[in-house]
Design a protein around this ligand. Structure first.
Ligand code: AGP
Length: 611
């Protein structure tokens, strides 16, 4: 959730850290701070608010040095204010520390330290950790690394940390348990960050820290050790696989809009080299060696959170329809604590854009301990879920920076469809349908472009509904998860309360909400057309304001609605890829109309790495 940057080398440390924090701001933006060793002391500058505020502060009181770290926060313990902002400094000023995660036993450690006369200046669990490190360092006469390690052996919870020590100012120490950390390797310089985006400008060479590892970095060397045994671990140096321009706005007003418009490319990238249009076959290298086990499974469980969970729903429909295997969809946060029959005949798919979502990671760990085969469907290459699953398929949507997930969703649906197609082909099931879907995939890019032709219309509709307080999204079959996703998008970025429902369920409750102030968005395709038309008429009869997204060429939609957004028809199994896009645009334009911060909606963070 929080963003972490560290640097050691001969460049302008403050500049590198601030730039890095700006790239990481999508992970949290309650407050920001920086600590640099200035040749004499550990200087500390931090404040409530965005990195922009921190930058202003640094203009009036600059800090310089060759080693330092910075943090952008998503609050867990303690409200977002100056005192709770990271970095935190120990009482004697010997250590500064930044932290992503939660120290669960912070209360008892704080009580212990308070008993020793240590005074706290913030409400955070992080300050407890830095005070504890200093306490152990002074009391037991330890080295910097020994003190950090000793404290980490006693804390319970999750952390990705970077620590500086005034007595050993040539070193940065970082450690990981539950929160991601990447080390960037330059020429005579090193970078640390919670993901690769702050590093790519300087080097493509990276090392991912694994669970329970710490690294001790000097300007000319680094070593990685496991925290428990303190043994040196030899780590593979990997390469960052995307370009800088992919994480920049490229002329768009917001990342979200850029990412919506990237979908012809991102969906294509998810199919490239996988769907062979000539042979009408599908190949997925990442799961090839595990196919027998997947095909023999008694059940498939798909686990995920948020938007990825909505993609999972669509995936379950396609797999059940094409492959005839029972598929259960589980919220990762529920699955990880629920008693549910899982064994070595179960395959658990974990879907995650970031590959770092704490609940999803915990869900696959649980599944693996119960003997299931775990398969990751992940966007971020090298992320924790990608590395901890037995096998997987990258969605290759490219970096997604906007907090509201858009292109990752359509790529997740694409990959789930590919998995269903592959399994159906292997089982020789639904051969005609498989071919029809593959054929329709060849038209998808051009059809997404056609959906974009509706953007101006959607922008105008957004003006009409920008002052609404509520919204209902309704769909049937494959369009029900699209309704859920459309509603989530709207509430995330415009703060309008929105609910997604199966259209027919409306009669069992939500219909009571319908009046002339209630906008209802229907997603209508050929499948179940007559049924959903009845639901539309039910809303119309009660005076609800109706928007219809439809791929059906008919005047009936115009008759009963205020606005119709027409999109191309495509095979029903992959129709969500098209029907979702107008809901993304509508949420975007409504949020802009309301003056909301689209890329950094309040209280949210891109990657939820705490429970
Ligand atoms: C989507 O718009 C959300 N911000 C959120 O629901 C997100 O999809 C969820 O947190 C899961 O993230 P993941 O795909 O990175 O695991």
């Amino acid at each position: 959730m929080c963003g972490i940057v560290g640097y050691i080398g001969s460049r302008n440390t403050t500049e590198i850290i601030i730039k890095g924090l700006q790239r990481l701001e999508y992970r949290g933006y309650d407050s920001a701070g920086i600590s640099v060793f200035d040749g004499e002391n550990l200087s500390l500058v931090k404040c409530k608010g965005k990195v922009k505020e921190l930058k202003n502060l640094l203009n009036s009181s600059p800090v310089n040095g060759n080693i330092g770290m910075g943090h952008t926060r998503w609050a867990t313990h303690g409200e977002p204010n100056d005192a709770n902002a990271h970095p935190h400094m120990s009482s004697s000023g010997l250590f500064t520390l930044i932290h992503n995660g939660i120290i669960e036993n912070y209360y008892s450690i704080r009580k212990f330290l308070t008993g020793k006369g240590i005074e706290f200046v913030s409400d955070t669990d992080t300050e407890v950790l830095v005070q504890f490190i200093e306490y152990l360092y002074l009391k037991n006469n330890l080295s910097f690394a020994e003190a950090v390690r000793s404290a980490l052996q006693k804390v319970v919870g999750a952390y990705g940390i970077v620590v500086l020590c005034k007595d050993e100012p040539d070193k940065l120490i970082a450690a990981r348990h539950g929160s991601p950390l990447v080390l960037g390797i330059g020429e005579g310089e090193y970078f640390l960050a919670s993901d690769t985006s702050p590093i790519i400008e300087y080097t493509r060479k990276i090392v991912y820290l694994d669970e329970n590892e710490m690294t001790i970095i000097k300007s000319d060397s680094y070593e990685v050790r496991n925290i428990e045994e303190y043994k040196v671990i030899s780590k593979e140096i990997q390469n960052i696989d995307y370009d800088l321009e992919q994480i920049e706005k490229g002329g768009y007003e917001h990342f979200m809009l850029k990412e919506i418009y990237e979908q012809p490319t991102s969906v294509y990238e998810s199919t490239r080299g996988r769907i062979d249009l000539k042979k009408m076959t599908v190949k997925l290298g990442g799961i090839e060696n595990w196919l027998t086990r997947i095909l023999d499974a008694n059940q498939i469980v798909i686990t995920a959170c948020g938007t990825s969970w909505h993609a999972a729903q669509i995936g379950s429909y396609i797999i059940e329809e094409l492959v005839n295997i029972t598929v259960k969809v589980e919220y990762a946060s529920e699955f990880r604590y629920r008693e549910t029959p899982i064994d070595n005949n179960t395959v658990v798919f974990a879907i995650s854009q970031s590959g770092e979502t704490a609940d999803t990671l915990a869900a696959i760990r649980k599944a693996r301990t119960m003997g299931a085969l775990s398969v990751g469907i992940v966007n971020v290459v090298g992320s924790s879920i990608a590395r901890e699953t037995d096998c997987g398929v990258y969605i290759h949507a490219g970096p997604e920076i906007g907090v509201a997930s858009t292109k990752a969703f359509t790529s997740q649906v694409t990959v789930l469809t590919e998995i269903a197609l592959l399994l159906a082909q292997k089982k020789k099931l639904n051969c005609k349908m498989v071919k029809d879907i593959i054929r329709d995939f060849s038209t998808i890019t051009e059809k997404i472009e056609k959906v974009f032709k509706q953007a101006d219309k959607i922008k105008n509709i957004a003006k009409d509904f920008a002052t609404s307080n509520n919204f209902l999204y309704l769909g049937r079959g494959y369009q029900f998860p699209v309704a859920l996703e459309g509603a989530l998008k709207l509430k995330e970025i415009s703060y309008i309360h929105a609910e997604g429902y199966p259209a027919a369920e409306m009669k069992h409750g939500p219909i009571a909400l319908i009046d002339e102030n209630m906008p209802v968005l229907f997603i209508v395709t050929q499948r179940g057309f007559d049924k959903i038309m009845s639901n539309i008429q039910e809303v119309n009869a009660r005076g609800g304001r109706i928007i219809i997204i439809t791929s059906v060429d008919t005047k009936r939609c115009d008759e009963y609605s205020d606005h119709v957004i027409k999109i191309p028809a495509i095979h029903h199994c992959i129709s969500p890829i098209l029907t979702t896009i107008p809901t993304q645009l509508l949420a975007y334009y409504i949020a802009v109309e309301r003056g909301c911060n689209v890329d950094q909606p309040r209280n949210l963070a891109k990657s939820v790495t705490v429970e």
